[in-house]
Write a protein that binds this ligand. Sequence first.
Ligand code: PGA
Length: 237
Amino acid sequence: MKLFVANWKMNKTRGPARDFAAELARAIGDGIAGAELVIAPAFTALDAARDSRGRWSLACQNVAAQTQGPFTGEVSAAMAADAGCRYAIVGHSERRRLFGEDGPVLAQKIARCREAGVIPIYCIGETAEQRDAGLAAVTLVAQLDVLEADPPSQPLVVAYEPVWAIGAGRSATPEDCAGARAHVAGILSSRRDLRILYGGSVTPENARELLEASGMEGFLIGAASLSAASFEAIARA
Ligand code: PGA
């Protein structure tokens, strides 16, 4: 099964989320063979994006590093699980860059996910500067160090999202993806249940080639996941 995760970021109130869900449900019928679908809406739209028939599952886009208590504005992994999230995106580059999240905090978030039974979708990826300086590979190694204390027997999704490809209108090449995939798989070779996704300007037009040539197990999709038609088209590709 290939995994396709719609990362809506800070888009869609409940009405548009409901419309998306209804359109996707019509489009996929009983589901898409060989494709597991996940929608990651804002917390406020989790209910609206839910499928009562379970043809897709839900993810949240972030969880708190703490378990519970006086952390105004935070949402715990246990709360996300209670709201129906099977997955949680952890360490998206926007959170790293705009909200200062780094290694120790991300390790705590992954630990909170484990306690709550939520599968982390852990995002990694180098910036353009790191790539130009020849530091892409060591950047990924450092970002994967966060998983050091995470039990290798637990299911894990890693999303390779080069920062220079996110929202950029130009994706990484299939060769870039294949190289990153092999690198990540090598570092995480002790993992028994690992899926590696690619993210960054995936569209219905480039999805098939990227998936076939890279060996990736699916995609984390931003802009192109905001339309049910293009999300469906990517999953069908
Ligand atoms: P994009 O975003 O598909 O809009 O490039 C991907 C992501 O940030 O997860």
